[in-house]
Design a protein around this ligand. Structure first.
Ligand SMILES: C[S@@+](CC[C@H](N)C(=O)[O-])C[C@H]1O[C@@H](n2cnc3c(N)ncnc32)[C@H](O)[C@@H]1O
Length: 684
């Protein structure tokens, strides 16, 4: 809030603010500085260019910094306003916006060994010095001084300080560790790595002292001296022709290029050197051998300089492979006789020809210059397109990674679903089997069953049920009260409600409109969890039972009432030669003649009181015979010579003729059936 506006305050419109952040780790500090600077520029209404270099020794940290993507927990550190203004939310991550990302260049760099960034307005070196030993720290402050422009700011971490380097820096803010470069100490040319950065006279004396005491360093110093004095100026460049290292004084051959700061050697080459330098670099790179140009005339400081230029591809040491060494050999200034300014006497025709050729050469040079500039422009455009493509590629890559992750998640989800599906399938099969079993059980019991829910709507019913209540499949879901019943029983709905409310089962004998008797049982419907979910009504057909009870009752009455008659009949039957049976109204045997017992090998205990169709292993259980016998009492009918053929137990196959008629005992109006059986086996 205080120092940045001051730093930016007096800068011209097209000024480029240069900031270096060494040890930037994964980039949070760099983007923070970029955001603060952007806010500051808006606040000061300035329109400067900003170039922030974020460097770190850790390549992976730099890779992360380049992505500009941070997890959602940054909300704890970044204000909502800044999050909204400078980030875009992409799923779980916050990605820094393009305009902020474009302010920053990330590179891997070792602060101790690699050349520094220079001409800086601000250097943020926070929480890195604390990891370095004091000796190294001592060497880095002069380096920081060298890299900053006059008035440039140094921003340190909270536990670091520039104390002990008062010659280099003035402390502006003790709390926030903000210092400013001082101009009281001279900055020497940086020879990197930093041992000899800026040497004060005291340091020189100290060095002389050291020389005296330690003669071991002598060869190294001599080599250094020879290199400084006699070796030509040279520059190490990378494959993009960007300067990495400068040895000796190169000012006669190179000068900073106009426009945005850059380290391209061809851009920096002085007049007379550009084309040859560019060609030599291209050739040396292509052919992988040394390329030399001799006696080039380079324009410098108003005069001309003769230079031998050599470009040498480096193969050794390993870490310099792929780089090029550009050597400038100073051949002294060009004498005026050599500049071509002294006219040489030539015949007029040749002079004219030389003039023409010079003119053509000038034109060709200009043309070439234009072509080179166009090429450079298109090269720049290509570069920026390439950068865009690279960033698109990075985005695509990260999208791809996200897709890969989602694909894997989908895959595992799919596997889980397949397992669940298989389990469900087997459960479904078990359920189908259970349902089939249940249906068969219910059908086989022939018990009409109706399942109702709590609202007394029909949930399910067995096929028998529609004999009692007129149910059809489309009645499922309808209230039972809406369905027409075949019962002579009005209170069904109330009784079901009562069972659901009291949970006390209920049993009632009910009769249908077709005179059949059912035992109606209403029970609450309990789930496995013991929850009541409606009721179950069953109707057991007790018609037969009722009839048996009735006939047993009648039989009992008849036996008591007709005792004298039975004595008479018994006597009469003993005298007949035919087997005789006396049956009651329900066709139960009241008595049988002695002949019957003999013929059919039966005894009275085995037949009295039993239905006729149960006797002789079902020999008399013939529907037509039964029909005729059942009609005798109600219709007062009779039949004669009903023929039947059957395998009688212990008798073999026999043919019989049957005659039957009603006997009435007037006193109590008791009716019976007398059945005479004649064995006609063998007769025609
Ligand atoms: C504690 S972090 C500081 C990060 C950041 N400046 C901050 O204050 O949040 C120190 C960083 O310095 C980097 N570092 C350590 N030695 C270095 C060196 N010689 N050159 C460049 N970076 C170095 C480490 O990789 C690490 O990322």
């Amino acid at each position: 809030r205080t120092w940045l506006p001051k730093l930016l305050g007096d800068k011209p419109k097209d000024y480029t603010v240069r900031i270096w952040i060494p040890g930037c780790s994964t980039g949070e500090e760099v983007y923070s500085v970029a955001m603060v600077l952007r806010e500051c520029l808006v606040q000061c209404r300035r329109d400067c260019q900003v170039q922030i270099f974020g460097t770190d020794i850790d390549e992976r940290a730099i890779e992360t910094a380049r992505t500009g993507a941070y997890p959602s927990n940054i909300v704890a550190d970044v204000s909502p306003q800044r999050l909204k203004r400078f980030f875009t939310k992409q799923g779980d991550v916050y990605r820094i916006r393009k305009d902020i990302r474009e302010m920053v260049i990330f590179a891997s760099q070792n602060l101790i060994k690699d050349p520094p960034f220079t001409k800086l307005d601000l250097l943020c070196c926070r929480n890195l010095l604390i990891y370095l030993d004091p000796e190294l720290q001592k060497k880095l402050f002069p380096l920081f001084h060298y890299t900053l422009k006059p008035g440039g700011l140094l921003f340190l971490g909270s536990s670091e300080s520039a104390g002990g380097f008062q010659d280099y820096f003035a402390v502006l803010d003790k709390k926030w560790k903000i210092c400013q470069r001082k101009e009281t100490v001279a900055t020497a040319v940086v020879d990197f790595p930093p041992p000899g950065l800026t040497r004060t006279s005291n340091e020189k004396e100290a060095a002389t002292e050291a020389r005296k005491v330690r003669p071991g360093v002598l060869p190294e110093l001599v080599t250094r001296l020879l290199l400084d004095e006699y070796s030509p100026a040279c520059v190490v460049i990378n494959e993009k022709a960007e300067i990495h290292y400068i040895h000796g004084r190169t000012g006669k051959y190179l000068e900073p290029a106009v426009g945005q700061a850059n380290l391209n050697i061809v851009d920096m080459a002085r007049e007379g050197l550009k084309f040859e330098l560019s060609a030599a670099i291209r050739k040396a790179r292509r052919q992988e051998k040394d390329v030399s140009y001799r006696d080039l005339q380079v324009r410098s400081n108003g005069g001309h300089q003769r230079v031998n230029l050599t470009v040498k591809p480096l193969r050794e040491p390993e870490n310099l492979r792929g780089m090029l060494l550009v050597v400038f050999e100073d051949m002294g200034p060009l004498r005026s006789a050599e500049t071509g300014k002294t006219p040489i006497r030539l015949p007029a025709l040749q002079r004219q020809r030389v003039n023409e050729l010079e003119q053509e050469l000038k034109y060709t040079r200009e043309h070439l210059q234009t072509t080179v500039e166009e090429l450079e422009t298109s090269n720049e455009e290509l570069k920026s397109t390439n950068e865009e493509l690279q960033s698109t590629n990075e985005e695509l890559q990260s999208t791809n990674e996200e897709l890969e992750t989602s694909k894997e998640e989908m895959h595992s989800l799919n596997e889980e679903l397949t397992t669940v599906n298989a389990e469900l399938q087997s459960k479904l099969e078990q359920l189908t089997h259970a349902r089939d079993d249940m249906k068969n059980l219910l059908d086989s019991t022939r018990i009409a069953t109706i399942f109702l829910d709590n609202n007394l709507c029909v949930k399910r019913f067995t096929s028998e049920a529609n004999r009692v209540i007129n149910l059809i499949p489309s009645d499922l879901g309808r209230p039972i009260s809406h369905i027409v019943s075949n019962l002579k029983h009005e209170a069904l709905v109330e009784e079901v409600e009562q069972v659901i409310n009291t949970l006390v089962p209920r049993e009632t004998k009910v009769q249908s409109k077709d005179e059949r008797w059912y035992l109606m049982r209403i029970m609450p419907y309990r789930t496995v969890e013991n929850v009541i979910e409606g009721a179950v009504i069953t109707f057991v057909d007790i018609q037969l039972l009722q009839e048996q009870i009735r006939s047993a009752e009648q039989f009992r009455k008849l036996s008591a009432a007709a005792a004298p008659l039975f004595q008479f009949i018994e006597g009469a039957m003993e005298t007949t030669r035919e087997p005789l049976l006396v049956l009651d109204a329900t066709l139960r045997v009241i008595m049988a003649s002695r002949r019957f017992y003999q013929t059919f090998q039966a005894d009275s205990a085995g037949i009295e009181g039993r239905f006729i169709y149960e006797l002789s292993a079902g020999a008399w259980n013939i529907p037509r015979l039964r029909e005729l016998l059942e009609e005798i009492i109600p219709r007062n009918s009779h039949f004669e010579d009903f023929e039947l053929e059957h395998d009688f137990p212990g008798m073999g196959r026999k043919r019989m003729l049957l005659n039957a008629r009603r006997i009435v005992y007037e006193k109590d109006a008791v009716s019976m059936v007398l059945l005479a059986i004649e064995d006609v086996t063998g007769s025609a």
